[in-house]
Design a protein around this ligand. Structure first.
Ligand SMILES: Cc1ncc(C[n+]2csc(CCOP(=O)(O)OP(=O)(O)O)c2C)c(N)n1
Ligand SMILES: [Mg+2]
Length: 283
């Protein structure tokens, strides 16, 4: 087994990676004065573990044939993935200043043709898992050892296509597929459990033939253990990590702000948010 090319001796600790991802996202939000920042902050720990612990890839060659794939299904989380791609050295840090502007490679919704390391175009929700299923099967047919990771959101569980993909992956025993669902209990019309409950989620996924773990998605140790177990689990089943997260994580005044799909951050608050993140790191 080849040593993952992203495992560096003396690599900054995962907590530092997660901090840098949050800071990159806030800096991009500050550029535009908007962005799905509460979601970016909630998913940064998962992205830190995916990109700096679990996945195999070559930052200098994002199309490397044997790379693990990371598919962002919920394209509005692109600001979070860009923050991770910058930290991973796949996107140059200076491009952060172009976020969301015309001609930028970092549009506000993720586009595969624009951004290195972006494996699919998002925007229309509920499609990532289906694409991931096809990719996983294709890689198996090619006898590739690469894995497919896909992140999607709890609001996407309202979509029939997601459940079709879940059923399909279970039937075809896609053990090279690792899904991560961000359960932040929020979607456009309100708290997910009120709009359309998906519970008991773990039991449902198990019934569809998946190996399922549910973790606190903002507990780095728990997330590391979940990814490790998902990779090493011996049963021939697709694997799902249900990650319960807190919107705004790491910036206390955003953690406490009334939750909504699009949290409003006033112009003067972006710098305050960066300062609050920094203060939390030192505490
Ligand atoms: C197929 C489709 N339907 C509706 C939308 C509009 N939309 C954009 S984001 C969103 C919320 C989806 O839920 P989730 O991602 O859990 O929301 P968040 O956690 O970001 O608040 C919706 C309905 C869309 N992009 N695609
Ligand atoms: Mg949500």
């Amino acid at each position: 087994m080849e040593t993952p090319t992203n495992t560096l001796i003396n690599a900054p600790k995962l907590a530092d990676r997660a901090y840098n991802i949050r800071r990159n996202a806030l800096r991009m939000g500050k550029v535009q004065g908007q962005g799905y920042i509460a979601q970016a902050l909630d998913i940064s720990d998962v992205l830190a573990v995916a990109y700096f612990h679990a996945m195999r890839y070559r930052p200098e060659d994002p199309s490397w044939d044997r790379r693990d794939r990371f598919l962002l299904s919920n394209g509005h989380y692109a600001i979070a993935l860009y923050a991770a791609l910058i930290e991973a050295g796949i996107v140059p840090e200076e491009e952060l200043e172009t976020y969301g502007s015309d001609e930028s490679r970092l549009p506000m919704s993720g586009m595969a043709s624009y951004t290195p390391g972006m494996e699919m175009s998002g925007g229309s929700l509920g499609l990532g898992l289906s694409i991931a299923v096809g990719m996983s099967l294709g890689l198996k047919c090619k006898r590739s050892e690469a894995r497919v990771y896909t992140l999607f959101s709890d609001g996407e569980l309202d979509e029939g296509s997601v459940w079709e993909a879940i059923q399909w992956a279970g039937h075809y025993k896609l053990d090279n597929l690792i899904g991560i669902v961000d359960v932040n209990n929020q979607q456009a019309d309100g708290p997910s459990t009120q709009v359309m409950t998906f519970e008991p989620l773990v039991e449902k996924l198990k019934a569809f033939g998946w190996f399922v773990q549910r973790v606190d998605g903002n507990d780095l140790d728990a997330v590391v253990a979940a990814f490790d177990t998902a990779k090493s689990h011996p049963e021939p089943k697709p694997r799902m990590i249900v990650a319960d997260t807190l919107m705004g994580k790491g910036v206390p005044f955003l953690e406490q702000r009334e939750k909504s799909h699009f949290i409003r951050v006033e112009q003067h608050e972006w710098q305050l948010a960066l300062a609050a993140l920094e203060a939390g790191r030192q505490a």
